[in-house]
Ligand binder design. Structure first.
Ligand code: HEM
Length: 257
């Protein structure tokens, strides 16, 4: 009996290996590849080879550009190659291609670098020139241009920062604490977390303009401009003369539209 049971076990194991495992592997393979829409920007701009060439080209130019090369000082070959690959995957993914995103959130990696509007537009220009060099048609270049511009609030450092709770009497303690937590998270680029704290603060003590201002600044960073405008307006209404609110350029950019 014993040798027979041994053979049965071996036979059963072989069946699992030859019949079941390959179908599981195929199933996994199917899941691992995202299907690509023939009308996607990814396909229309020329697919992965074009993206790869564009990223290599614009990064090489950016690293050599004396106006912005200081941002990339001290990056070794391996770090630079990783930066290339992360940017390739990001462009491939956001245009509808089959890649996975490898990078950390843009608002986290760029926080504290002190990137200005001018630096941002220099990079965008390099990308646009590289797209033309690799024959990406006008319409597709325009689409990419719009996508790039929408990333600006995540990348550019602003001199305007979230505001501490005002010193006046009668403010609710919980809202004050939530506002402080929001500021700590905002300062390290954790905008989703920051937003949830500012939301609690502005709901709990809705007459404090600073809380609405902070919520609006965070929404702006997250690209939610419509909601940001509502909270900038609430901040303006409840400013109590705080010129950091009434004189804010970001606020005016939203409320004067
Ligand atoms: C046009 C929009 C931009 C996009 C799509 C972009 C994309 C990226 C990506 C995907 C990474 C890698 C993130 C990671 O390590 O996980 C990165 C890192 C970096 N980017 Fe950008 N970037 C942009 C604009 C800029 C600008 C304007 C500058 C400066 C002039 C800049 C400087 C850097 C630097 C220095 C790093 C490395 C940060 C670090 O690892 O500490 N980027 N960027």
């Amino acid at each position: 009996m014993k040798p027979n049971m041994g053979w049965n076990t071996i036979l059963a194991t072989m069946m699992v290996l030859f019949l079941v495992v390959p179908s599981l592997v195929n199933g996994e393979e199917k899941k691992a590849y995202k299907s690509v829409d023939e009308n996607s920007l990814y396909v229309r701009m020329g697919g992965y080879d074009v993206i790869s060439n564009v990223i290599d080209d614009f990064l090489t130019k950016s690293w050599a550009d004396p106006r912005i090369s200081h941002f990339f000082l001290g990056m070794g070959t391996d770090t630079r190659n990783r930066l290339r690959q992360k940017n390739k995957n990001l462009m491939c993914f956001t245009t509808g291609g089959p890649c996975r995103v490898l990078n950390r959130p843009l608002e986290v990696v760029h926080v504290g670098l002190g990137i200005t509007d001018t630096d941002f537009y220099i990079i965008v220009d390099h990308i646009m020139v590289s797209l033309k060099k690799y024959d990406v048609p006008d319409k597709e270049r325009e689409e990419l241009h719009a996508k790039l511009l929408s990333l600006k609030p995540k990348i550019v450092n602003t001199t305007e920062v979230p505001l501490a709770a005002p010193k006046r009497e009668g403010l609710k303690e919980m809202a004050r604490m939530e506002n402080a937590l929001g500021i700590s998270n905002f300062n390290i680029g954790r905008f989703d977390e920051a937003l949830s704290h500012f939301q609690i603060a502005s709901k709990d003590d809705s007459g404090v303009g600073e809380y609405h201002f902070n919520e609006a600044m965070t929404l702006d960073k997250l690209g939610k401009h419509g909601l940001a405008t509502n909270h900038f307006k609430a901040a303006q209404k409840n400013a109590h003369g705080n010129i950091k609110i009434t004189g804010s350029k970001i606020l005016k950019g939203h409320t004067s539209k």
